[in-house]
Design a binder for this molecule. Structure first.
Ligand code: SF4
Ligand code: ZN
Ligand code: ZN
Length: 312
């Protein structure tokens, strides 16, 4: 099939037409830069940290953040760093970290790697069975709590103003539906291109430039740009609630094109109402009595899990 804009062979078929390699790359980059501008995700005086794992989403967002800074004559060396969390997932994370280190060296972005093992005393592989025995939590529940905790803690240490993440349209559509199914309006209000409702000194704001990019578009972009990555999947990824939502949405998208975009667009239309509602509620953020990080209880979830492991 030919490209809708020229006569070269198309590499992707989108709702508005087919695109060849060059037109797709232009369309994709334009969409990301427009998202950054429309939602003011990046301010020229801010120091930025990209949360990276070595996967296609994080390397794409790192590459395009750098490109955006260069395009806008903002100094990359003074404003951009990368931060990775090594969860300790055997036969998976060690491979993506190799790709990540190469990528950061090649693109001259300083990289910091922190690990569950060093910070919390156990790898995810070791910690998950212990926590699961006590609380029935799945690997992604444990991983998510510790990962967010370490990202926030170390982004503060790096002195950055914002954390940039590689969340894409599929991730967001899944998170919206998960929160609806679980009736969790508090968590739903924290979604959107800029995460969080309340600004707080203990939290670094997280922003998502790939917000409107479908997973298949990010995958294709990373392939066409020849990023040296393995496109592997975490061995735990099929165990969580999210995986069932992902399968359901993929099935719907296959049958009814535009489903994921529809979910995200209708969510964005109601997000201000949701956020206003949450702003009325008193802020329950305090400092964890163990680690002094942000918490809505006396002891934060990360410290509570760490305690479970130490007591096992
Ligand atoms: Fe962590 Fe789950 Fe993602 Fe694997 S799939 S890296 S366990 S959140
Ligand atoms: Zn073309
Ligand atoms: Zn704590």
């Amino acid at each position: 099939m030919p490209c809708s804009k020229c006569q070269y062979q198309a590499v992707i078929s989108l709702q508005h037409g087919n695109l060849c390699k060059n037109h797709f790359i232009g369309y994709f980059e334009d969409k990301v830069f427009k998202t950054i501008n429309k939602y003011q995700l990046i301010d020229r005086n801010e120091k930025l940290c990209v949360a990276v794992s070595g996967g296609k989403d994080s390397l794409t967002v790192l590459y395009l953040t750098k490109k955006y800074l260069e395009k806008n004559s903002i100094s990359v060396s003074n404003n951009l760093v990368a931060l990775a969390v090594d969860e300790g997932i055997n036969n998976y994370r060690e491979h993506t970290l190799v790709d990540l280190k190469k990528f950061c060296t090649e693109h001259k972005v300083p990289l910091t790697i922190v690990s569950f093992q060093e910070e919390l005393g156990k790898t995810l592989d070791q910690a998950y069975p212990i926590i699961n025995k006590d609380t029935n939590k799945r690997p992604c529940n444990v991983c998510g709590v510790w990962r967010r905790y370490l990202l926030n803690k170390h982004a503060k240490k790096l002195g950055v103003d914002k954390v940039i993440t590689g969340h894409n349209l599929d991730d967001e559509a899944q998170a919206i539906i998960m929160n609806i199914f679980k009736a969790n309006t508090t968590l739903a209000a924290r979604l959107g291109p800029i995460s969080g409702v309340h600004e707080h000194d203990l939290f670094i704001q997280r922003v998502k430039p790939l917000y409107f990019c479908a997973e298949k578009e990010v995958r294709l972009y990373a392939l066409l740009k020849n990023f040296q990555i393995k496109f592997s999947e975490c061995p735990y990824s099929k165990e969580g609630y999210r995986h069932h939502i992902q399968e359901m949405l993929n099935d719907f998208e296959h049958k009814y094109k535009g489903t994921k975009q529809g979910i995200v667009n209708s969510f964005l239309a109601t997000l201000p109402l949701l956020q206003n509602h949450e702003k009325q509620a008193p802020q329950a953020i305090q400092q964890c009595s163990k680690c002094q990080e942000a918490s809505n209880k006396d002891i934060c979830n990360a410290c509570a899990m760490k305690e479970t492991i130490q007591n096992a």
